[in-house]
Design a protein around this ligand. Structure first.
Ligand SMILES: *[C@@H]1O[C@H](CO)[C@@H](O)[C@H](O)[C@H]1NC(C)=O
Ligand SMILES: *[C@@H]1O[C@H](CO)[C@@H](O)[C@H](O)[C@H]1NC(C)=O
Ligand SMILES: *[C@@H]1O[C@H](CO)[C@@H](O)[C@H](O)[C@H]1NC(C)=O
Ligand SMILES: *[C@@H]1O[C@H](CO)[C@@H](O)[C@H](O)[C@H]1NC(C)=O
Ligand SMILES: *[C@@H]1O[C@H](CO)[C@@H](O)[C@H](O)[C@H]1NC(C)=O
Length: 441
């Protein structure tokens, strides 16, 4: 019986406790918010477009804040932006008299419980929506505000030819995927001027700078009907400083060094070594240039210039090799060839043009003077000289051809040099004008 009494006691205790608990926690059903929400949603059908008169279109007001440019992928023609997007529309079935509900002017309702427009961005190739916000705000006159933050990966035609002074213009086109303009119309929430120059939300410290977000409204007519469409043109500009320092200036230096290689006499063998080193430098630099944007349709102009300069370098290098081959052939025929670099080509040409001058030099050499001393052999010497002179004359004819080649190659070298100068001048002018265009945009 004691056990029975104990259970009874416990039972009463529990009952009392639950009674106290029930008294202290206000029932959610007693709150005005609950009453209001219940009243609003009880007879609501989210399948129905919320208008009393079906001929009237529901106007959706749009607003967009570009928050950050996350990635510009020229190779795949994709732009990834972080956008804060807001849509506002009127729901005629969701309004109440606020004085009847404790002066509540605005409540939040689950988005899944109400009708919402089916507006998408046309350029979507991929969407990484941040966690869906499950609620929308509704005010007492039935205006619904829905905001979301989305990461838009959109298709965009990216031009890279002016890199690193490039300005990109990418559009975000909003329209209803199904509803024609008779059912769902679009409009701007803020004035277009405000949208255009609003950069407050933009994160400034990235590679890209937001210039403007201009917008247009148009009607898209196709076989399925007329669709309202709002386009936001996001215009961004690259900050070129990092590329100027790491790419442009070194490339200009390399081109100047390359230009300097033309200053070495073309017959100089060190020139080949020098040019080869510059060529290696170019190659290493090209590998380094991998962070340059690449796209299938357009190549950055500085890449083109670089390739042209490399072509000049290769041409003049192969020309030097040809020249050296001729010189080597002559050397093989046993001719003395002065140390090439020290005397330069004019010296190198000297003995060939005027063999008698060299002979004069020979007669003054001490060995020859010994011969001269032995006066009996003077006739023999004269004979020798004549035969040497004959030899040189025949040799001269053979050489004439090779000198012709060398003159041609030297002309070619000069032509290359001038071409190179022209390209460099063009490069400078183009870069400057690109820069002027960039800073003017
Ligand atoms: C509901 O709340 C009102 C005050 O807001 C209060 O007077 C009333 O007793 C509550 N009713 C219940 C069942 O809690
Ligand atoms: C709202 O309710 C108050 C009192 O219940 C009433 O006086 C007022 O006319 C109502 N307003 C509207 C717009 O119905
Ligand atoms: C509801 O919001 C709309 C748009 O912001 C505004 O025009 C309207 O006056 C608001 N209604 C009330 C009752 O605050
Ligand atoms: C961006 O492109 C659109 C058309 O695609 C054009 O209407 C708009 O003027 C362009 N904006 C700028 C700043 O160039
Ligand atoms: C970005 O820079 C502009 C002016 O250059 C400034 O008005 C804006 O407040 C800056 N925004 C941020 C997020 O720093």
């Amino acid at each position: 019986t004691l056990a029975g009494a104990m259970t009874l006691l416990w039972f009463f205790l529990l009952l009392a406790a639950s009674g106290i608990l029930a008294m202290n926690t206000p029932h959610p059903r007693n709150s005005t918010l609950y009453h209001l929400s219940k009243q609003l949603l009880q007879k609501y059908h989210k399948e129905v477009r919320p208008v009393h008169d079906w001929t009237e279109a529901t106007t959706v007001y749009l607003d967009v804040f570009v928050h950050a440019v996350l990635d510009v992928d020229a190779q795949n023609q994709k732009l990834k932006t972080s956008v804060w997007y807001r849509e506002v529309w009127d729901d005629e079935f969701l309004s109440w008299n606020s004085s009847m509900f404790d002066d509540i002017r605005e409540i939040s309702l689950p988005l899944s419980a109400i009708w919402a427009p089916d507006i998408i961005i046309n350029e979507f190739v991929d969407i990484e929506r941040l966690p869906d916000l499950p609620y929308v705000y509704v005010n007492s006159s039935g205006t619904i505000k829905n905001s979301k933050s989305i990461q838009v990966v959109s298709a965009c035609s990216l031009e890279t030819y002016a890199f690193p002074f490039d300005v990109q213009n990418c559009s975000l086109t909003f329209n209803s995927i199904l509803h024609t303009v008779e059912d769902v119309d679009l409009d701007f929430l803020r004035s277009r001027e405000d949208i255009k120059h609003d950069k407050k939300a933009f994160l400034n410290d990235s590679e890209w700078e937001l210039l403007s977000v201009s917008s247009t409204y148009n009607l898209l007519r196709n076989s399925a009907g007329d669709f309202a469409q709002i386009q936001f043109h996001v215009v961004i500009r690259r900050r070129p400083l990092v590329y100027v320092v790491s790419l442009l200036i070194p490339s200009v230096f390399l081109m100047l060094v390359d230009l300097g290689s033309f200053y070495l006499p073309p017959t100089c063998r060190a020139r080949i070594v020098f040019k080869t080193s510059v060529l290696v430098g170019y190659t290493v630099f090209r590998v380094n240039m991998s962070d340059m944007p690449r796209s299938a349709t357009s190549t950055p102009l500085i890449g083109v210039f670089f390739t042209v300069c490399m072509a000049f370098l290769v041409l003049s290098l192969s020309k030097s090799i040809l020249l050296l081959k001729f010189l080597h052939d002559e050397q093989c025929r046993g001719q003395e060839w002065p140390p090439l670099c020290l005397r330069g080509d004019t010296d190198a040409d000297g003995p060939r043009r005027d063999p008698t001058a060299q002979l004069a030099g020979v007669t003054e050499s001490p060995v020859c003077r010994e011969h001269q001393d032995q006066s009996g052999t003077l006739k023999e010497v004269l004979f020798q000289l004549q035969s040497i002179s004959n030899y040189f004359q025949t040799q001269d004819q053979v050489d004439q051809q090779e000198i012709g080649w060398r003159v041609l190659l030297e002309r070619f070298d000069q032509l290359l040099f001038q071409g190179y100068l022209v390209v460099l001048g063009f490069y400078t002018i183009t870069l400057c004008s690109l820069w002027v265009l960039w800073s003017g945009s």
